[in-house]
Design a protein around this ligand. Structure first.
Ligand SMILES: Cc1cc2nc3c(=O)[nH]c(=O)nc-3n(C[C@H](O)[C@H](O)[C@H](O)COP(=O)(O)O)c2cc1C
Length: 450
């Protein structure tokens, strides 16, 4: 069953069933030296976890992520990373009554395809499988954060109720995860009403990735939006995918839809950050239609495996709306696809070493881009450190800390094959600039002509 893997360079393989011992993911292709702790995984895992509000399944999984391999002393080693989460609150007996029944809206084709069926929960088709995806997404996010990319999602519609602009500082505290307090309250009421009626509702989830440079993705079968559609449509309960204006693009004219290019970039972003399969440098915007939860509180008419009429028992634990929990899963899939596309581009660039000068120069420009983006972020962090030091009454210069930074820097420079003199010179300049901004609290105005 070779269908459990995704990605070409950032490769993930999820494993486990909802009512087996554990679920998780194996990730291969991650470079050595990336700082990664169970905490990085846990933060994302907690956002997907059931039992966090009355809007989602009351199955109470503590969901502790364990890093089984590929990380030593807080850094990736380059070996496959295995992340495992044990199933502790699976009550298989709840599903005994369903063992011989066809469950409406669930993966009824498994038996026809494989001749066996794991009737406890949804087996591999369960929402629980997404635990491994979210763990992989946390690793992809660490890689992307180093490149200045931020991936974030929200619910934009539930039961036909549309959200207005989001308050991103509040969104993780919003049980509906839409970030618009008024719409959130109305969506929550609709979810409650559906649940009280023994029913369920669906909605739309949107994911945006900012900081994506122009030039990610490849033409034809590996178009970036095709890769995204494949990864996102593989999430249970997702029934539709749009990029940019999506289906709305079919209802307007070319003049209205085309994003006008200018010297400063595109005026609009109807394309959703991708044209011809390759990112444009605009924010990447995708949306997913999520169906109402198939398992509902009421009994549903069905047949048994022999085709005799029957009915599902009502009750049981289920999400009356999957959308809030699907947001971190969708973010994770977008992060995995972007990390993969980025690594494919880098691999292509380095393969071009022996090919031709223009491609090699382009590869160098890509690396310069990454270097400058990292430097910019480092300086911005220094400004914040300076603010904190002033608040705490601490001196800007801290020789002990600088020694520690220098030791770590030189060790890592050796790991990446950077000559010692170059690494030391660059660090000297970085430390001087860092002390300057810590003292003044200012980054040089990038638009200044000084
Ligand atoms: C995060 C998440 C949680 C889910 N929770 C439930 C649930 O509690 N009850 C349910 O019936 N389906 C749930 N689903 C949906 C089913 O897994 C899915 O609808 C089913 O396997 C059939 O697959 P399909 O909808 O992709 O065709 C969930 C899906 C996800 C992604």
């Amino acid at each position: 069953m070779p269908s459990n893997e995704l990605g070409d360079h950032f490769r993930i393989l999820t494993f486990g069933e909802s009512h087996g011992l554990a679920v998780g993911v194996v990730i291969d292709g991650v470079r050595p030296g990336l700082a990664l702790s169970p905490r990085d995984i846990q933060v994302e895992r907690d956002r997907r976890r059931p039992g966090t509000s009355d809007r989602v399944s009351p199955r109470a999984e503590p969901d502790q992520a364990e890093i089984v391999s590929g990380v030593f002393e807080g850094r990736t080693t380059g070996a496959p990373i295995c992340i495992l989460v044990r199933n502790r609150d699976a009550r298989s007996a709840d599903y005994q009554a369903l063992a011989e029944l066809v469950r409406p809206g669930h993966g009824v084709g498994w038996l026809a395809r494989y001749g066996v069926r794991d009737w406890r929960g949804g087996g591999r088709t369960s929402g629980r499988e997404t635990v491994g995806r979210v763990a992989a997404g946390a690793v992809a996010r660490r890689l992307l954060a180093d490149r200045g990319v931020q991936v974030r999602g929200r619910v934009v519609e539930i039961a036909g109720i549309q959200a207005g602009p989001a308050d991103w500082d509040w969104i993780d505290a919003d049980p509906v995860r839409c970030g618009d307090a008024d719409a959130s309250a109305r969506m929550a009421a609709a979810i409650r009403a559906a649940r009280d009626d023994g029913d369920s509702v669906g909605g739309i989830v949107e994911v945006t990735a900012t900081g994506v440079p122009a030039g990610l993705g490849d033409p034809v079968f590996w178009k970036l939006e095709a890769e995204l559609a494949r990864a996102l449509m593989s999430i249970g309960a997702v029934r539709g995918f749009e990029v940019g204006d999506g289906f709305q693009a079919a209802r307007v004219t070319g003049l209205a839809h085309n994003d006008r290019p200018t010297a400063e970039g595109f005026r609009t972003n109807h394309a959703g950050g991708v044209l011809g399969g390759i990112s444009t440098g605009q924010p990447l915007v995708v949306r997913l239609a999520v169906k109402p939860t198939p398992t509902v509180g009421r009994s549903q008419p069905t047949v048994d495996l022999a085709g005799r009429p029957g009915a599902t028992p009502g009750g049981g634990r289920h999400d009356p709306c999957i959308c809030p929990r699907l947001v971190p899963v969708a973010e994770a899939m977008v992060a995995c696809v972007l990390a993969d596309a980025w690594m494919r581009r880098d691999a292509g660039d380095s393969e071009a070493d022996a090919a031709d000068l223009p491609t090699l120069r382009l590869a160098i420009e890509h690396e310069d881009d990454a270097l400058l983006a990292a430097l910019g972020r480092r300086m911005a962090l220094s400004v914040r450190v300076g603010e904190l030091k002033r608040k705490l009454g601490l001196a800007v210069q801290d020789p002990v800390r600088e020694d520690a930074v220098r030791r770590a820097w030189m060790e890592r420079a050796a790991l990446y094959g950077v000559p010692g003199d170059l690494a030391s010179d660059v660090l000297d300049r970085v430390l001087v600039a860092s002390r300057d901004v810590q003292s003044s609290g200012d980054l040089e105005d990038p638009d200044s002509t000084r």
